[in-house]
Design a protein around this ligand. Structure first.
Ligand SMILES: *[C@@H]1O[C@H](CO)[C@@H](O)[C@H](O)[C@H]1NC(C)=O
Ligand SMILES: *[C@@H]1O[C@H](CO)[C@@H](O)[C@H](O)[C@H]1NC(C)=O
Length: 919
């Protein structure tokens, strides 16, 4: 076949594949638990199955070591080695592995480069263990100190690990139901048949079964959350137990699922084996298992263990879970909280704080598969200006390349890529191009040539370069586990190497699960081999993470360490938050998926991955204008705000649906731009504390049970509550507003009572959003083309007073681009309003002279919500200037509510200390 005929066929095949698969998620393409031996087996075990006991407990190098051996000596398995260590802030770490001194056939894989180096410096050097006899145990248990008021316990027989309040109530435990199992590697015997087959694919499994499973219990908990990525509810439903039939466990296996269902425990593009539990009486706890193999997790419904004879404290509400993994080791972390934000901090102290993005990346992104050519790009760009709609980034999907060879440009469609980027850049805009991990097997393609010569590809089970089918056709996959390959890959992003790129170009990593069209479950065979002889099965869930890391580090290098990278990734793993943004993959234009996006983005945030969003409009299908409009209104509050659409969908840029819809979508996008100072401040909060930008209500109101399973509303920071509208032609919506304090409608300033449900009328114009009483939100109200053009614009401060006539808020500003902020080059202010006086206080620790960040921006308006309108003037200090307090609109354009007390042009500088006293 000639090359072009071949390409035609390929194009035809891909189109065909898409058209047929688009509206029918093929369940049978993916394994379920029953088709997965380790899962089926672990699920069939009964409580009390485990016969291990802990012996030889000793303190070595500041850790507690023990051996796990079978209680009855007639079994011939080797002892397992257990290591328990304690870290600052109430973190207990448990490792269990085979004994390296007994020469197991292979070293089991431990995931490198996820735990941040600083974490080791937080280790508390244990000196001793104390002992205690629990219940009628024949052996004493060992107790270690775990920070103020907490303890970790190794119970010897039956073997169990738990964390408790000193001498008292349990918080978390492992193996309390005796479901721990660890399949040790062994040499293959003649009668062993280790091969596994699935839909015509054979997994040779040369090392045989090596799975690990155990139960984990969360005490004083009413709900569990986390373990993305699934399109499920925020509060995870039980998957087994009385009254639950045929439910699959939550699967963690990174997969390219063509069209995912909106309520399903099946695995999607990413995996973070971190679960949080929350309850009213004690608060929050967390459990994290660092393991990159396929994992399955059951949430066990109350009563699942009836008649098992297991007795656990009956005065503590409890949620039990079962964790199963195909390979790897036990490397598990217990977090004691007790608040939700404490758990966020504890988890990110292990896996890293979210990176601080560039300012432009926090604004609105316009994407489509595909903007056809340079004229199309220019046209779309100019339409945004024509309609006065701000946007910051224009994206190019795979079709911009020369035959899906990344780092190249289609010479006909994109003959002058540098000029194209420069035109955007002149308006303060940026471009993003896609770069995927599958490399076209084409000898004339330099990346393929070099990767082949250097041996940089993942190998198949026979040791040849693995060859799979993806967008370019026959493709090989770079072995990103190797630091050398990652460095080499990073170099490809330099401006010299990436021909046609400019400094305003950033990157999108798609298909990095990795997606392999003709592979088992649309991914790479489990017996493929990586750097160091690691099998793909051991590494699978982290493959995309290493690719994201390599790309992100490449961009840092391109900018000589002066330029924060921006890389969007589809695959995720613990630690992804350090390398860039993620999105929830190929969703569909329907109302259920709009609703699911809230749970999905909230869940990602709970597991450290704060910078995330769903495709606005839905990737597959054509949204009705009403759905598209609602999606813009909601998406404007996602941390990552991007519109995207499939190849076969109709064009849907915001001006294509009539004047009125254009106005409403523009209004939604503008809301995001106006709130950028607030969002950017929240990104910095995430960067220093691990607390996500978009939060479940219970993260801010941990004692209010009515919030625990609410996934239709969410908080942006601590000051803003947003309620989604997920039905067609909605006329009203119930909004629960937590807390004792009132809420101010963001658009009208009208107040609503806290701790109550409100049935509110809704119009198509906006979705409900409220500012919490007692907060101050900084805004920038002027309409610009892009966020970069807002840098020098003045601020508006919206003060929402609470019942004690007080409020507080923060503002963080830096150059929005470089790493100088890490040397203290930023402005961080706290605004406090109390006793009728607004004060701006510096909370930055003070930069050294060289790396100061300066801003001449001023405050142009101060709005006082909840202040009596009697005041006529205010005194500004230290300027000693008297200004008027007048009644003014809450919004410069189209303000809907009553006039509110406003101070116009106080003209104080945002960087200075000042106060404004209302007289
Ligand atoms: C914040 O973001 C920067 C830039 O991405 C990163 O280098 C740093 O590690 C992050 N965390 C903290 C605590 O600064
Ligand atoms: C009102 O808000 C201030 C600032 O956020 C806070 O310190 C105070 O406790 C709040 N008052 C009440 C009664 O909640």
């Amino acid at each position: 076949m000639s090359n072009s005929a071949f390409h035609f066929l390929l194009l035809f095949l891909t189109l065909f594949l898409h058209l047929t698969i688009v509206f029918s998620w093929k369940k049978e393409e993916f394994r379920n638990c029953n088709q997965t031996p380790f899962c089926k087996q672990a699920r069939s075990r009964k409580p009390g199955y485990c016969s291990l006991i802990a012996t030889d407990i000793s303190v070595v190098d500041g850790n507690v070591n023990a051996k796990l051996i079978p209680k009855t000596s007639d079994q011939d398995s080797n002892p397992l080695i257990l290591t328990l260590s304690v870290y600052q802030d109430g973190i207990l770490r448990l490792k269990i592995d085979e004994d390296p001194n007994l020469n197991p056939p292979k070293k089991r894989f431990e995931v490198p480069d996820v735990i941040v180096p600083e974490f080791e410096t937080k280790k508390l050097w244990l000196q001793r263990v104390s002992t205690e006899v629990i219940g009628g145990d024949s052996e004493p248990s060992s107790v270690v100190y775990l920070g103020d008021g907490f303890e970790g316990v190794i119970r010897a027989d039956p073997f169990e690990i738990f964390v408790r309040e000193k001498g008292g109530k349990r918080i978390l435990s492992l193996n309390s139901h005796g479901l721990f199992d660890f399949e040790q590697l062994r040499v293959k015997k003649e009668e062993d048949d280790w091969e596994e087959n699935f839909r015509g694919h054979t997994d040779t499994r040369p090392y045989g079964p090596q799975s690990i499973s155990f139960d984990v219990s969360f005490y004083e908990s009413e709900f569990v959350y986390g373990i993305p990525e699934h399109a499920t509810r925020l509060a995870l439903k039980p998957t087994r137990g009385p009254g639950i039939d045929h439910s699959e466990p939550y699967r963690l296996f990174n997969l390219d699922v063509f069209e995912y269902l909106h309520e399903s425990p099946f695995g999607l593009y990413g995996s973070v084996p971190f679960m949080l539990a929350h309850g009213k009486s004690r608060g929050t706890s967390g459990f994290f298992w660092l393991n990159a193999a396929e994992m399955q997790i059951d949430v066990l419904g109350a009563g699942w263990d009836a008649d098992s004879g297991i007795s656990l404290p009956s005065d503590q509400a409890r949620i039990d879970t079962l964790w199963m993994s195909e390979a790897g080791v036990v490397d598990a972390f217990f977090f004691i909280g007790p608040g939700p934000k404490d758990v966020a901090r504890q988890y990110t102290s292990v896996t890293g704080m979210p990176a601080m993005p560039q300012h432009f990346a926090v604004a609105y992104h316009q994407c489509r598969w595909n903007y056809r050519d340079e004229e199309d790009v220019e046209l779309v760009d100019s339409k945004f200006d024509e309609f006065d709609i701000p946007y910051d980034v224009l994206w190019l999907d795979i079709e911009h390349t020369d035959g899906k060879r990344y780092f190249t440009w289609d010479k006909v469609l994109f003959p002058n890529p540098e000029e194209m980027q420069k035109k955007l850049s002149a308006k303060g805009r940026h471009m993003v191009t896609i770069v995927d991990p599958h490399i076209k097997r084409d000898d004339s393609y330099y990346i393929h040539r070099e990767a082949t010569q250097k041996g940089y590809y993942v190998k198949d089970a026979k040791g040849n370069d693995y060859d799979g089918w993806c967008w370019p056709g026959s493709s090989s996959y770079l072995d990103m586990l190797s630091p050398e390959v990652r460095d080499w890959w990073g170099e490809k992003f330099s401006l010299q190497n990436y021909v046609g790129s400019t400094p305003s170009l950033y990157i999108w990593n798609d298909m990095n699960e990795p997606s392999v069209f003709n592979g088992p479950e649309v991914t790479m065979p489990r017996d493929a081999l990586h750097y160091g002889g690691v099998e793909h099965r051991e590494l699978h869930n982290a493959y995309g993470y290493y690719f994201h890391m390599a790309t992100s580090n490449g961009l840092v290098k391109r900018g000589n360490g002066q330029d924060r990278p921006f890389v969007l990734s589809r695959a995720i793993f613990p630690g992804t938050q350090r390398y860039g943004a993620v999105w929830t993959g190929d969703n569909t234009a329907d109302w259920d998926q709009l609703r699911a996006s809230v749970s999905m983005v909230l869940t990602l945030g709970l597991t450290g991955i704060s910078f995330s969003g769903a495709d606005v409009g839905g990737f597959f299908g054509n949204p009705e204008p009403e759905l598209l409009v609602r999606w813009y209104q909601l998406g404007a509050y996602y941390p990552f705000f991007r519109a995207h659409a499939h190849h076969d969908t109709k064009r849907r840029e915001p001006w294509l649906f009539g004047e009125r819809n254009t106005e409403i979508m523009k209004d939604a996008i503008r809301m995001r731009y106006i709130l950028l100072p607030y969002f950017y401040t929240l990104f910095r909060e995430a960067n220093t504390t691990g607390v996500p930008v978009m939060r479940p209500l219970w993260m801010e109101f941990p004692y209010d049970e009515a919030t625990f399973s609410n996934d239709e509303a969410f908080m942006v920071g601590k000051s803003l509550l947003v309620q989604g509208i997920f039905t067609e032609k909605a006329k009203s919506v119930n909004v629960y507003m937590p807390g004792e304090q009132a809420w101010y409608d963001l658009r009208t300033g009208i107040t609503y009572k806290g701790a109550s449900n409100h049935k509110l009328g809704v119009s198509e114009e906006s979705i409900p959003a409220f500012q919490r009483a007692g907060t101050i939100i900084p805004r920038k109200d002027r309409l610009r083309r892009s966020s970069t053009q807002m840098v020098n614009d003045p601020y508006t401060l919206v003060i929402a007073l609470n019942s004690s006539k007080s409020a507080e808020g923060e503002l963080y500003i830096d150059d929005g681009k470089s790493f100088e902020f890490e040397q203290g080059a930023y402005i961080h202010r706290r605004f406090v309003f109390s006793d009728g006086k607004l004060t701006s206080i510096n909370i930055a620790p003070g930069a050294s002279g060289k790396s100061q960040f300066l801003s001449n921006c001023i405050v142009e308006r101060i709005i006082l919500l909840g202040h009596s309108s009697g005041s006529k003037s205010a005194l500004i200090e230290p300027a000693n200037l008297k200004v008027d307090v007048e009644l003014g609109p809450l919004w410069l354009r189209g303000s809907k509510g009553p006039l509110v007390p406003t101070i116009r042009r106080p003209n104080v500088r945002i960087a200075d200390d000042w106060s404004v006293k209302i007289l």
